[in-house]
Ligand binder design. Structure first.
Ligand code: ADP
Ligand code: MG
Length: 632
């Protein structure tokens, strides 16, 4: 049996380890559940590694002479190449043969030794989960790394007891994670935009997949040609944190205030708070930045997304300058795909700017922090000779759909549809005045949400209040040639739209597809029955509400016979619905159906009387989609 080859993203700020098995590529988390390791190392007084990771990073201010951060910037470099170090960490000095080394206390440590400490920690984490110590790894480096820098990376691996079977370019790894280069696909030009914590890299790749009849697997590096690279080794999310900190400081202390005048404690606390706020603003519109100015004293200021975006604008523009240069160097080819890599690409403004420049929708389905490590693991699986049990299929292996009200599933694309493909469905709301609609994208053959795989959730917000059933929600599913699913929703009356991307086959093995599929056959009858019950309950609830409201509005104008029969039918149906909601098996679906019809018949007069009364919209909570007005 060939030995497992893991994938390692040895990053400037953060490092990760991943493996590709029958589930596909996935990150190996540490025992405590941490998926990402801060690339920071602290040494003790005798020069032994004392701490690696977040603890070392957060403690850097307290132990500046014993902590090394961002060692990658110095990998394989001469001291004369001087690059700035982040403040609060061990300085770089000249070592043997002019090489750059870190002064740690009264000793020196080479960048390779520091990187080895990070690698050893990752491998120890993996050992805990796998039950054995992985000995061979694919390690990623920036595309622009020269031979010396690549050699230093190999040396670091050997110091950590790992055989570096391949040094892989980070943008190539990202492309592999996205399944680019599937046999039989056409040649594509890909832009990989990688904005991390301290560095920015843009790489243009040309990918020539093997012919379809070739049994060769995607992942052979020969398929990937680097057309051009550009970037800035001192441009990343950390700089945005500092820009934010400067801005906030000016707000509280006037336009002349400078970060450098703060105590180290306050400065570090403020910058850390800015990073937290920056990240929060990709999920919410506003936040409060809280930092400690001295023991026990906290200062806080509100920050909203537009402000963050205006502060970020010149910072983003610097990345675009490099993008234009790389694009020109490559001969300005049309870009088929734009892959977003690095934590800082979670900022919407960054995605929009890159998309506008390259004139293509960015791929964002995979976690931008994890995509490089995942791709390295894919390469590792190919090199270990293990067949890639990823689903390189030409069809949608499991149906794709959305959740409708009451937990039922409306399938939009049926299984075994060949890709690329797309489909559109219309939906509406089930609650009056719904101002937002939650769209839950699911995968599987079963009829109920509880029994299918959840792929993504997103919200369509800002819908003006309308009565239930009036909004026209168009939901479009597009699956591209690589199996990537894009779901977009537009409410046609208001024009509000939202979208999400997912890779439905991600982390799904052929065996799982098989079992999800056969479960649907086994449970088909039962599923249909439960689906019918859910629909009945939902529709009965709607009837009860509409008829109840209409009756109370016009009660004075109704004859006694009508009010009595409506009240009786209402009571009977309410009881049944309540029972069915409590325990669906305790109620016979036909009985519920009959009770609902009875109420409908009894209320004919009510409708006649109230027909002129206009429906008043009212504010209501977001509910599910209504499948009542679903058209096919
Ligand atoms: P590297 O490749 O340099 O090791 P990463 O790809 O891990 O770095 O990116 C780390 C950076 O991403 C940090 O600056 C962090 O603040 C930033 N980041 C992470 N999440 C978000 C977010 N939601 N919004 C904005 N920036 C983010
Ligand atoms: Mg990175």
């Amino acid at each position: 049996m060939t030995e497992m080859v893991v994938g390692i993203d040895l990053g400037t700020t953060n490092s990760l380890i991943a493996v590709c098995d029958e589930r596909g590529p996935h990150i190996i988390a540490s025992e405590s559940g941490r998926r990402m390791l801060s690339s920071a190392v602290r040494y003790d007084d005798s020069g032994r590694v004392e701490s690696v990771g977040m603890d070392a990073r957060l403690g850097a201010a307290g132990y500046p002479t014993r902590t090394v951060m961002s060692a990658k910037r110095w990998m394989g470099r001469a001291f004369s190449e001087r690059c700035d170090d982040p403040t609060g960490a061990a300085p770089c000095v000249e070592g043997l043969r002019g090489r750059a080394v870190f002064a740690v206390g009264n000793m020196t440590r080479s960048p390779e030794e520091v990187a080895a400490a990070v690698l050893a920690t990752l491998v120890a984490d993996a050992e805990h989960l796998l039950g054995f110590r992985p000995k061979r790894a694919v390690i990623t480096v920036p595309a622009y790394f020269d031979d010396g820098q690549r050699q230093a990376t190999r040396d670091a691996a050997r110091l950590a007891g790992i055989d570096p079977v391949r040094i892989l370019n980070e943008p190539t790894a990202a492309a592999l994670a996205y399944g680019v280069g599937r046999p039989g696909a056409s040649t594509e030009t890909i832009a990989v935009y990688d904005l991390g914590g301290g560095t920015f890299d843009i790489s243009l790749l040309e990918v020539t997949p093997p012919a379809k009849d070739q049994q060769e697997l995607a992942g052979d590096e020969g398929l990937f040609r680097v057309l051009s690279t550009a970037g800035d080794t001192h441009l990343g999310g950390d700089d945005l944190d500092v820009l934010l900190a400067r801005y906030l400081l000016r707000q509280v202390a006037g336009s002349n205030a400078v970060l450098e005048s703060l105590s180290p404690h306050e400065r570090i606390s403020l910058i850390a708070a800015c990073e937290t706020a920056k990240c929060a603003l990709s999920f919410q519109d506003q936040t409060v930045v809280r930092w400690s100015i001295s023991a026990g004293h906290i200062r806080s200021l509100p920050l909203d997304r537009p402000t963050l975006e205006s502060i970020a604008a010149p910072w983003i523009e610097r990345t675009l300058v490099a993008c234009r240069r790389a694009w020109r160097d490559a001969g300005s080819p049309a870009i088929d795909r734009l892959l977003m890599v690095g934590g800082s690409t979670r900022l919407d403004a960054v995605r929009h700017a890159a998309a506008a420049l390259f004139q293509t929708e960015p791929s964002t389905a995979l976690d931008p922090d994890e995509v490089v490590a995942l791709g390295a693991a894919v390469q590792g699986a190919v090199l270990s000779g293990k067949r890639r049990d990823l689903l390189l299929l030409d069809v949608v292996p499991l149906s794709l759909g959305v959740e409708t009200v009451g937990g039922a599933v409306a399938k939009v694309i049926m299984r075994n549809t060949s890709i690329p493909t797309q489909a559109v469905e219309m939906f509406s709301t089930s609650v009056d005045g719904q101002s937002k609609i939650l769209i839950h994208v699911v995968q599987g053959e079963r009829e109920l949400v509880a029994d299918v795989r959840s792929l993504a959730r997103f919200e369509l917000v800002g819908i003006p209040p309308m009565p239930a059933g009036i909004p026209q929600l168009e939901v479009r599913f597009v699956v591209d040639a690589n199996g990537m699913l894009q779901v977009s929703a537009v409410e046609r009356r208001s024009g509000r739209r939202a979208a999400v991307q997912v890779l439905p086959t991600y982390g799904l093995s052929a065996a799982e597809v098989e079992s999800m599929d056969s479960a649907s056959v086994v449970h088909a009858r039962e599923d249909m029955r439960r689906h019918r019950m859910i629909d009945l309950i939902v529709n009965a609830r709607l009837d009860l509400r509409w008829i109840g409201e209409a009756t109370s509005r016009v009660r004075d104008s109704l004859d006694r016979e009508t009010t009595e029969s409506v009240d009786r039918a209402t009571q009977e149906l309410s009881l049944l619905v309540a029972r069915a909601e409590h325990d669906p098996d305790s109620v016979d679906a036909d009985e519920l159906h009959r009770a609902k019809e009875a109420l409908d018949r009894a209320s004919v007069r009510v409708h006649e009387v109230s027909i002129a009364a206009s429906l008043k919209s009212m504010a209501a909570e977001a509910g599910g989609l209504s499948n009542e007005s679903r058209t096919t």
